[in-house]
Ligand binder design. Structure first.
Ligand code: CA
Ligand code: CA
Ligand code: CA
Ligand code: CA
Length: 358
């Protein structure tokens, strides 16, 4: 295990500066999940839920867009499939939502089954590590009862309110305030705006009050995440620059203290991940191009998620999880990389920032 760790570290060292992709880091996957139950393009987007008291009991959530929402232990083994048939596409996690007499951790996903075209919300029980559907009315309709595509959550530092963002293949964006309705959760539309073409990957920076949206063939936009944030965005990364290759897919945020950290994007067209600064003008930092080893390499990459927090002993300094669009001889799955194997001495390694206090 020690030898393997050293090898992974050596391979993760930056290899120089290819003309357009900057420094490239080449980590090896340490863990992969059980393949999703459905064939073809099924696994889409992961999220990470960090257990409040016992980090080793954290869960990985993954969508099967032909089936349901799947949870996995930190060893990658499947724990549960919930809402099978709802066809969740993108999933995100929010902590400490006021529900009933206490606080609840929630998973939120945009779903594409004809009977639940909208957002669904699940409560994550820390005691049992089980997810249960808590959506008022079964689902929160979006886009006038039509199909969502990407989605994410936002916990405003400014107001303390919780929101979900959802978008569709026409580039339309909607923001919903999430509120408790007894023991369930309801959504009220508070904002709508539109980009010019297909969007999916999206993530919010709670601290900065920012919403990032990937316009798949164009680049990454930054907007205000507040409901009065208007419709004017800034294109912070363009397809074609620094090797960002369409489709731009999943987005995720690595949060270090003091507003520092990284915005990471799935560059599906060349099976890599582009790292940008979280702060300032989101300057380009480096490229992550995983390699195949004992666990196969990733391709046609889609959704991604990262945490700065320690979870199991295999991941003491956080990890990046990515969808793998092609698993030879099997169904799609998700692969996990140690953050320190990605960071090397180039990127921040900061486990201090707690998402429960964001
Ligand atoms: Ca996707
Ligand atoms: Ca897509
Ligand atoms: Ca690769
Ligand atoms: Ca693969």
């Amino acid at each position: 295990m020690v030898v393997f760790g050293l090898l992974a570290f050596a391979l993760a060292a930056p290899r120089g500066s290819p003309a357009d992709g900057g420094p490239v880091v080449t980590p090896l996957a340490i863990v992969e999940t059980t393949p999703v139950p459905h064939e073809g393009d099924s696994a889409d987007d992961p999220a990470i839920w960090v257990h409040p008291t016992d980090p080793g009991k954290s869960l990985i959530l993954g969508t099967d867009k032909q089936g349901g929402l799947i949870s996995y232990g930190m060893d990658g083994r499947q724990v549960q499939i919930v809402s099978d048939g709802a066809r969740p596409n993108n999933v995100d996690v929010v902590y400490d939502f006021p529900l009933g007499a206490g606080r609840a951790d929630l998973a939120v996903a945009g779903c594409r089954d004809s009977k639940s075209l909208g957002l669904k919300v699940w409560r994550i029980d820390a005691e049992t590590r089980r997810l249960g559907d808590v959506t008022a009315g079964g689902f929160i309709p979006v886009f006038g009862h039509s199909e969502p595509y990407g989605s994410c959550v936002y916990h405003s530092r400014k107001s303390g309110k919780f929101y979900a963002f959802v978008n569709n293949k026409n580039g339309a964006q909607e923001q919903y305030e999430l509120t408790a309705a007894g023991d369930t959760i309801a959504g009220t539309k508070v904002r709508a705006f539109k980009l010019k073409s297909i969007t999916e990957g999206t993530v919010c920076d709670d601290e900065a009050g920012a919403l990032y949206v990937a316009e798949e063939r164009v680049g990454i936009w930054r907007f205000s995440a507040e409901p009065d944030g208007g419709s004017a965005g800034k294109l912070i990364a363009k397809v074609g620059e620094h090797g960002l290759a369409a489709d731009v897919e999943g987005l995720t945020l690595y949060c270090a203290a003091g507003g520092k950290g990284y915005l990471i994007a799935s560059s599906q067209g060349n099976n890599t991940f582009k790292v940008y600064a979280r702060e300032g003008d989101n300057g380009f930092v480096c490229t992550i191009d995983p390699r195949g080893g004992a666990i196969d390499d990733v391709s046609d990459t889609d959704g991604i998620a990262v945490t700065n927090r320690p979870t199991s002993t295999a991941f003491p300094k956080g990890f990046l999880i990515v969808q793998d669009g092609s698993k030879k001889g099997g169904h799609q799955n998700f692969k996990l990389y140690r953050w320190e194997d990605i960071a090397g001495d180039r990127l921040w390694i900061d486990t201090s920032e707690d998402p429960r206090r964001r």
